[in-house]
Design a protein around this ligand. Structure first.
Ligand code: SF4
Ligand code: SF4
Ligand code: SF4
Length: 297
């Protein structure tokens, strides 16, 4: 895809073209999406390799694993354990702290775009959904994204009240990760249902309106160092919002948005998944990754 020659909305770009971009000098190179998908597939390749070859590089599943023996635990899952059992083992504290520190530096919801296996599946569903909408087979349906906070409270309350890890039954991230490593399970039926809802009813509905894991990483994202930075070369064409999973974070790119007189503004909203889609479609190059701590990343 070449953002300098056409407005690359999701609707007008063939799916496979999104894996290669043409830069300002006319050179073709792998896109950010290519590197994201490679990251997701690579992590699960390590899980599979560790399990079948018994080499103990990355063991477990994406929600709770050991990387060369170091525990890595999803913060929301750790919180659910605490709510259910009213205690949190030392390994869980260490594993969760490691994850939180990592994402404080690299961007909270980067987990969604760079690690989560359902994120990848959901992007495929999104493309099919957009195609069906463009052919007028289905209607576009969007809802208030803030409903996800209600689901976060609901799952947490049920866990606290029951002493049972209620969300684990519906945790499609864990279900998909487990299936990739250990094979088919009946729980995948639930993932298929969610996927079909996203394809035929509401695009990326689970990630946008339900997933408490995404909400928890979003909380880290608000204070994370890694951000997307916008600058005032923007002509408010709206293409970045068109491709964004969470377009409400790109209010700054709208005409008459209040920039407080600044020429460069960080997208502070923790819902940003740092997917880089907006970066890859902005024909003025006015959206870029920027790390607040020393610009190291
Ligand atoms: S919102 Fe949940 S399911 Fe969606 S990409 Fe993020 S962690 Fe994965
Ligand atoms: S940042 Fe501005 S110029 Fe760039 S894609 Fe978004 S609206 Fe268009
Ligand atoms: S603002 Fe950009 S990087 Fe963030 S979620 Fe939207 S498209 Fe992705």
């Amino acid at each position: 895809m070449n953002k300098y020659e056409e407005r690359c909305t999701i609707g007008n770009i063939p799916f496979w073209d999104t894996f290669v971009v043409t830069d300002g000098k006319g050179k073709r190179k792998p896109s950010i999406r290519f590197w994201r998908w490679l990251s997701i597939i690579g992590f699960h390749f390590l899980f599979v390799l560790s399990y079948y070859a018994d080499i103990q590089i990355l063991e477990g599943i994406i929600s709770g694993s050991r990387f060369f023996g170091f525990h890595l635990i999803d913060p929301f899952i750790a919180f659910q354990v605490f709510l259910a059992y009213h205690e949190i083992p030392t390994n869980l504290i260490l594993g969760t702290s490691t994850i939180i520190i990592f994402y404080l530096f690299f961007g909270g919801r980067a987990y969604c775009s760079w690690i989560c296996p359902y994120g990848l599946i959901s992007e495929i569903g999104e493309k099919i959904n957009r195609t069906l909408i463009s052919k007028k087979i289905i209607k576009e349906r969007n809802f208030n994204h803030k409903v996800k906070y209600l689901f976060w409270i609901l799952f947490s309350s049920l866990t606290f009240a029951s002493g049972y890890l209620v969300f684990e039954t519906f945790n499609i991230v864990g279900i998909v990760s487990r299936a990739i490593i250990y094979g088919w399970s009946a729980a995948l039926s639930f993932v298929i249902i969610v996927f079909l809802v996203e394809v035929f009813y509401s695009q990326r509905a689970w990630c946008r309106y339900v997933c408490p894991i995404g909400v928890t990483y979003s909380a880290i994202g608000w204070v994370s160092a890694e951000k997307i930075e916008w600058d005032d070369r923007c002509d408010h064409c709206g293409v970045c919002s068109n491709v964004c999973l969470v377009p409400h974070v790109l209010e700054i790119a709208k005409k008459n948005a209040d920039t407080h007189g600044k020429s460069h503004v960080f997208i502070e909203n923790g819902d940003c998944t740092l997917c880089g889609r907006c970066v890859e479609v902005c024909h003025h190059d006015c959206l870029n990754f920027k790390n607040k701590i020393g610009g190291l990343v």
